[in-house]
Design a binder for this molecule. Structure first.
Ligand SMILES: Cc1cc2nc3c(=O)[nH]c(=O)nc-3n(C[C@H](O)[C@H](O)[C@H](O)COP(=O)(O)O)c2cc1C
Ligand code: SF4
Length: 454
């Protein structure tokens, strides 16, 4: 069984409560950190190779080292618990079942950054977890881990949990900051980056829940020990939230470096395909990253084993690879309709676009409309090219990466499943029923494409 560093205590009865958490070694990293030089903690995190778990995989220690300590302005740590990416629900699990681990990570990390006022920004739909966190924060204050002069160290920290209104864009770090300031969640133009001008124009680090929850283990053990887990630049363990057509969907902690095959098919993790139906596609990192077709899931285009690492999942670039993203692992069997799925994602991105830049505001709407047309038997052959051209014009031309996130799934679906789009266009009568491939999987009917030409 792989090593667990985030979930190792999650099954202890009562671990949600302060007393049980503390009895099981909780808050020991704070005790240790308060006796350390804050910059040495940042160095440990750098040595660990921990990369941000929110999606971009930027090294956490390096990000911390950018925080402006010279300006003399107050500094802040903001935990991004917005978790609104379709397919991603790992942070929810951590916060719901072991909330004190995140609070411990917030204190240790805030101390390293010299922050005296920190926040957890959580999506509005996680109201019950908001309450869980509020309760846990109250317990931490009562036990003297938060507030003034923590455990006699002279260090002060106030921690608040703030509930968002339920907008995906508020997960983008600068939109999140705007929202936390009480404004509309519109992403800011960067630079300046939050490390220089973030919350209330003060130096701010924004990190994902899982990133922050990994810090206590690193501080208690060492950056070097953390770096020994995993493979190459993909160090440590990683949470994946698994949904779709597998026998055992759920949230799993893995040591990075195991094969995709082992993750999907072993009893320890996903347990193989539900009803043993054929695998059709995989999105390894949430709705924003490219879908992989069956032949590129277990092996890369070079014929090497595809591994659960940042590098291997991205191997081949977007032509034949994907991305680890936010760890939202979505599995599709042969009954799934890729056109319908892509339309559904586009509908989401169109709805969630903040509307500041025209390529994203207009482009996401165009993609949604065209995909709806194709999925509903009203598409034309030309539509596929228009769709390709619209997504290509969004990518790289927007203020924030939501535009890219909307474009990539469309590009990948066309790249790998173009024949399925063509089938929708040429055989509208066959796709009238919304469950068209449930009754008749595409593999069984795709031969029709050879018999009819336009
Ligand atoms: C549209 C959009 C939504 C995002 N949503 C989240 C989110 O829910 N949680 C998260 O941690 N990061 C999210 N991010 C990434 C954040 O901007 C930021 O990179 C991240 O919180 C940094 O934390 P990390 O370095 O620990 O990964 C999102 C980015 C974009 C563009
Ligand atoms: S890319 Fe989209 S979500 Fe991001 S700032 Fe532009 S319009 Fe808003």
């Amino acid at each position: 069984m792989g090593q667990k560093i985030l979930f190792d205590k999650i099954h202890i009865p009562g671990i949600k409560t302060y007393d049980v958490y503390r009895e099981n070694g909780g808050y020991a990293s704070v005790e240790k950190a308060l006796k350390m030089n804050p910059d040495d903690i940042t160095e440990e995190v750098k040595t660990s190779g921990l990369r941000g778990r929110g999606g971009a995989g930027f090294p956490v220690g390096l990000k911390w080292s950018f925080i402006d300590k010279k300006s003399g302005n107050p500094r802040h740590l903001v935990c991004n618990a917005d978790e609104s990416e379709p397919g991603t629900f790992k942070d929810r699990y951590l916060m719901e079942y072991i909330p004190h681990l995140l609070i411990e990570g917030m204190i240790t990390s805030s101390f390293a950054l010299g922050a005296n006022l920190s926040y957890i920004y959580i999506r509005g739909e996680y109201m019950w977890i908001f309450k869980t966190l509020e309760r846990a924060i109250k317990e931490a204050y009562a036990a003297g881990w938060l507030g003034k002069n923590i455990k006699g160290s002279g260090y002060d920290l106030d921690l608040h949990v703030h509930c968002g209104g339920g907008a995906y864009i508020c997960g983008e770090e600068t939109a999140l900051i705007e929202s936390l300031e009480g404004k509309r969640g519109n992403p800011r133009i960067k630079p300046p980056f939050p490390a220089v001008k973030g919350l209330w124009q003060n130096p701010t680090v924004v990190n994902n829940v899982e990133s922050i929850a990994s810090v206590p283990w690193i501080v208690l053990n060492s950056g070097e020990d953390y770096a020994k887990i995993g493979l190459g630049r993909s160090t440590g363990t990683k949470l994946f939230s698994v949904s779709g057509h597998v026998k055992k969907p759920g949230v799993y902690e893995i040591e990075m470096g195991i094969t995709v095959d082992e993750f999907m098919n072993s009893d320890e993790y996903c347990g193989g395909m539900i009803d043993d139906r054929p695998l059709k596609g995989l999105i390894p990192g949430g709705s924003s990253v490219p879908i992989l077709p069956q032949h590129l899931i277990f092996k890369t285009a070079n014929g090497e084993d595809r591994l659960m690492t940042y590098e291997s999942l991205a191997d081949g670039g977007f032509a034949t690879g994907s991305s680890l993203g936010s760890g939202g692992f979505i599995v599709y069997n042969d009954t799934a309709c890729i056109v319908r799925n892509t339309w559904n994602f586009s509908r989401f991105y169109h709805h969630e676009s903040c509307g500041q830049c025209s390529p994203c505001r207009e482009g996401t709407g165009w993609m949604e409309k065209i995909l709806w047309r194709i999925e509903n038997g009203q598409g034309t052959e030309e539509d596929i090219d228009v769709l390709w051209s619209v997504q290509a014009k969004i990518e790289g031309n927007t203020i924030c990466p939501l535009g890219d996130a909307a474009a990539w799934p469309v590009a990948a679906a066309i790249r790998h499943f173009r024949d399925e789009f063509e089938y929708h266009i040429r055989f509208p009568e066959k796709i009238k029923n919304r469950d068209h491939f449930v009754n008749e999987p595409f593999e069984k009917v795709k031969h029709l494409l050879n018999s009819v030409t336009i």
